[in-house]
Design a protein around this ligand. Structure first.
Ligand SMILES: Nc1ncnc2c1ncn2[C@@H]1O[C@H](COP(=O)(O)OP(=O)(O)OP(=O)(O)O)[C@@H](O)[C@H]1O
Ligand SMILES: [Mg+2]
Length: 346
């Protein structure tokens, strides 16, 4: 009987409870009136009203307590979901009310689906993360290979061609001015080409990065690209720090893109580069006083307009569990901050 009562929807519980109060009031009232006809009418009214109120309060209290227990169970479940625990499920055994029981079952089904989807998304994200790392690592290996070939093969051949031209020049008698002019022009062109190849080799894989470390490589790259534009450079970098090759490469590539952006877009007068390294984190800050830009609209449009630089910088930092923050104000320059943990997951 109690089970049947508990399983009644709350509406019927309240209705039947109040019906019981009225029935008890009607029967009990009539009986008591018959027994006590001599008592004063005012006394009877007061007596019935008090008994009716107390009974009604007790019954409604009991009904609402039962109904609220189901709501309590649901509320506790929802609060745990709010706190981020998606493994929680509503305990349907504790919910007797059929409407709330049904609601809790639907909630549990939805949570089950959410858990499956979250699991899938996490698995895909981990796979994407791994793939991106492999792509970047393959890209670095390929850059190294091309840089080595350009250095050992192309640069070496160009240097030998230049030597041969110089030797030819010494063999040609001085009165053949036209031939000398042509040989000199070819030499100049050859030297320029050799210089360009060296620059390409450095851009592809700065030997300095492997030999002298990150600070030296960033300093060299910034000086080479920014000083010729009349930009004043300020460095705050502790030299001699060495990190995991993966971290050094990522930070160097980020600095490279940031410097390229300053050359292409900033129109800056001063650039400040800071590199520091605590026991737990590498920090790179690059700040310019150039024209700045509207960050929000740029991030919205970047992918659509094939601006991959900012996106790539963030990607590189996040792949190593780091963060990338950029602040820019129109007319007030741009500042980017990259933080990458020293310890890397295998
Ligand atoms: N230091 C900066 N100063 C001013 N504007 C900048 C700076 N860095 C980036 N920007 C703005 O942000 C935009 C996006 O930069 P991002 O590096 O993503 O793309 P991009 O340099 O245009 O192209 P790429 O994909 O070749 O890097 C730039 O087009 C430029 O308008
Ligand atoms: Mg760019």
């Amino acid at each position: 009987m109690l089970r049947w009562w508990k399983r009644l929807p709350i509406l019927y519980k309240v209705l039947s409870g109040n019906a019981v109060v009225i029935i008890i009031g009607a029967i009990g009232g009539t009986y008591i009136t018959q027994q006590l006809v001599q008592a004063s009418v005012a006394g009877l009214i007061l007596f019935f009203a008090s008994v009716g109120i107390v009974l009604s309060l007790l019954i409604n209290y009991f009904i609402l307590r039962t109904a609220l227990r189901s709501i309590d169970v649901l509320q506790q479940t929802v609060e745990r979901i709010d706190r981020g625990d998606t493994t929680v499920r509503a305990n349907i055994d504790e919910i007797d009310d059929p409407q709330f029981h049904h609601f809790a079952k639907s909630l549990n089904t939805m949570l089950g689906r959410l858990a499956t989807h979250t699991h899938m998304i996490e698995a895909n994200r981990a796979q994407l993360h791994l793939l991106s790392r492999q792509v970047l690592s393959a890209q670095e290996d390929e850059r190294k290979r091309i840089a080595r070939e350009l250095h050992d093969d192309t640069s070496g051949s160009l240097a030998r061609i230049l030597l041969n031209i110089e030797m030819c020049s010494t063999l040609v008698p001085k009165q053949y001015h036209e031939i000398h002019d042509k040989l000199d022009a070819t030499c100049t062109l050859g030297e320029q080409t050799l210089e360009n190849v060296r620059k390409m080799v450095f851009d592809l894989r700065p030997a300095l990065l492997d030999d002298l470390g990150l600070a030296a490589a960033i300093r060299w790259y910034a000086k080479n690209n920014l000083e010729s534009l009349g930009i004043q450079l300020q460095f705050e970098m502790a030299s001699g720090l060495r990190g995991a090759p993966m971290v050094e490469t990522a930070l160097f590539r980020i600095a490279q893109e940031a410097i390229t952006n300053i050359v292409r877009h900033a129109d800056a007068q001063h650039v400040n580069i800071q590199l520091s390294h605590s026991p737990t984190v590498w920090k790179l800050t690059i700040q310019d006083d150039g024209r700045g830009f509207d960050l929000k609209s740029m991030l919205d449009e970047s992918a659509a307009n094939y601006h991959w630089g900012l996106f790539g910088m963030r990607e590189r930092a996040e792949l190593l569990s780091g963060t990338f923050t950029i602040e820019s104000t129109i007319g007030n320059g741009t500042r980017l901050l990259v933080e990458i943990p020293v310890e890397q997951m295998p």
